[in-house]
Design a protein around this ligand. Structure first.
Ligand code: SAM
Length: 241
């Protein structure tokens, strides 16, 4: 058993007796902010080896060493689910990345649609948010946050084996659910504050791999819609039980 509370994502091999170097930033957090000293326990995960308990064996201002002791949890991969969303204001985009990580999306893909407000995102900042969210929610891997891609191009190059849950605000109140949907590889698509253009909507409705979905009788903000759609998908087809 372990009383370690702090969880850290590391880009390093994990295994019994493995030494894991601590970066300058991590050293600041572990030994400066959290005041961990020699012998303190932390939990590590790297996205492929589950979760490991490790002990601080060297603690400095600019770095340190953690020594892996034992595996505390096996690797749990999320379902193969992508979340596609049109980036909105910074804080709300951060919220979507954080919640998508907690909800078990495997890949987070900001998309540029006809009515998307922003033309660029800080992919590195959003990826760091996903890492933090995975650390706090007990996940053993971190979803990849992709760079901003045009929705149009993504749909043209769409993989044959992936279905798309198209959240269409014009279906508000319609009883369209995932009841008959088949499990497998999926993506969820959430539009921007201004919704989808008519051109996008008619293309999306004609795609054989797309299922149009209503998220209930009210129009949700994009960040709420992302969480609602992930909840709906996870409870129908995901890893919730
Ligand atoms: N401006 C649009 C309007 O007034 O109709 C609303 C867009 S909504 C803020 C942002 C996105 O959330 C939509 O493009 C859609 O993907 C999703 N969404 C929100 N409410 C929804 C609902 N009731 N059913 C399906 N999708 C919804």
């Amino acid at each position: 058993m372990s009383d370690a509370k702090i969880r850290l994502f590391v880009e390093h091999a994990l295994g019994v007796g493995q030494s894991v170097p601590v970066s300058r930033e991590q050293a600041h957090y572990l030994f400066g902010v959290m005041r961990l000293g020699l012998g303190a326990q932390v939990l590590l995960f790297n996205g492929s080896s589950g979760e490991w308990r490790a002990e601080v064996v060297d603690a400095g201002k600019r770095g340190g060493i953690l020594l892996c002791k034992e595996q505390t949890r096996p690797l749990h991969l999320p379902p193969d689910l992508w979340l596609l969303f049109a980036p909105i204001k910074k804080a709300r985009t951060d919220f979507i990345v954080e919640k998508a990580t907690e909800m078990g999306a495997a890949r987070i893909m900001p998309v540029q649609t006809d009515h998307t407000n922003s033309e660029r995102i800080r992919q590195d900042r959003l990826q760091a948010h996903a890492v933090e969210a995975a650390e706090q929610c007990g996940g053993t891997c971190v979803p990849v946050v992709a760079d901003l891609t045009k929705l149009d191009r993504l749909l043209t190059d769409w993989p044959d084996d992936r279905q798309l849950m198209f959240c269409d605000e014009t279906l508000v109140g319609a009883a369209l659910t995932l009841r008959d949907a088949k499990p497998g590889k999926w993506a969820i698509l959430i539009g921007p504050e201004g919704g989808f253009s008519e051109k996008e909507r008619s293309r999306l409705r004609s795609l054989p791999f797309a299922v149009s979905i209503s998220l209930g009788p009210r129009i949700l903000r994009a960040d709420t819609a992302a969480v609602a759609a992930l909840t709906m998908w996870q409870s129908a087809l995901g890893d919730w039980g």
